[in-house]
Design a protein around this ligand. Structure first.
Ligand code: ADP
Length: 221
């Protein structure tokens, strides 16, 4: 499903953010990528999410070799296969939850009415069926993150990539969002969570520990 081989990322100025990383993530896995600030997590997220290309090495997503895809091909792969969740939610202000989620289907070719139908179902799925018409400022942090999760999964991506998804939440809302991600994983979505929180990572069956751009793995079947 996702395979990295000897991936390096060297930024202009010579910072080696990834120093030759190899890994495999199988369909349906629940994976934590954990490491302190500056260890290469964001770089890893960008490479896994096809938002950035590595300096060297191979990245395969769904058997596609990222290096062989054009930028347009990469965008299409990303839009159809990968859902993103960010620490700061990234919802559109002044836009109702249902339309924030429907925007996750902008590139699907579906009509607006169909996009809204799918969006309502996705919001139902994350426990927000009663908040369809609320705007972000009328929702709690935990609810906003659930809207963001609904937007990420409305197109039924194979992979959900979550970057510090509980970082802006109090611990109770954070635990609720983590449980939601686990539930989505149980129904078949591959879920990858990036975190600096070792306690969160410790509960994951597959842990990738980053330090100075190098990886060590732990499996807990
Ligand atoms: P983390 O997300 O774990 O904090 P990053 O992937 O952001 O780690 O950063 C890894 C290293 O790469 C750090 O030394 C950081 O300063 C450097 N870095 C990240 N992005 C850039 C960039 N766009 N240009 C130059 N250096 C960068």
């Amino acid at each position: 499903m996702i395979e990295l081989r000897d991936v390096t990322k060297v930024y202009a100025g010579g910072v080696r953010a990834l120093g030759g990383v190899s890994l495999r993530i199988e369909p349906g896995e629940l994976v934590a990528i954990v490491g302190p600030s500056g260890s290469g997590k964001s770089t890893m997220l960008n490479v896994l999410g096809t938002l950035d290309r590595p300096t060297s090495g191979t990245v395969r997503i769904d058997r596609y070799d990222v290096a062989r895809l054009s930028d347009a091909g990469l965008s299409a792969l990303r839009a159809s296969r990968i859902g993103f969740v960010f620490q700061q939610f990234h919802l559109a202000a002044g836009v109702r939850a249902i339309d924030n989620v429907a925007d996750g289907l902008l590139y699907s070719g579906l009509r607006l009415s169909a996009r809204r139908q799918h969006a309502a179902a996705a919001l139902e799925r994350v426990g927000l069926g009663h908040r369809l018409r609320h705007e972000p400022h009328e929702l709690s942090g935990g609810e906003r993150q659930r809207v963001a999760v609904a937007r990420a999964v409305v197109g039924e991506p194979a992979v959900l990539l979550a970057d510090e998804p509980t970082g802006a939440l109090d611990s109770a809302s954070g635990a609720g969002v983590m449980q939601l991600l686990r539930d989505l994983n149980t129904t078949g979505t591959t879920v990858i969570v990036i975190t600096h929180d070792r306690d969160i990572a410790a509960t994951f069956p597959h842990q990738l520990h980053l330090r100075d751009g190098h990886l060590s793995e732990e499996h807990h079947p």
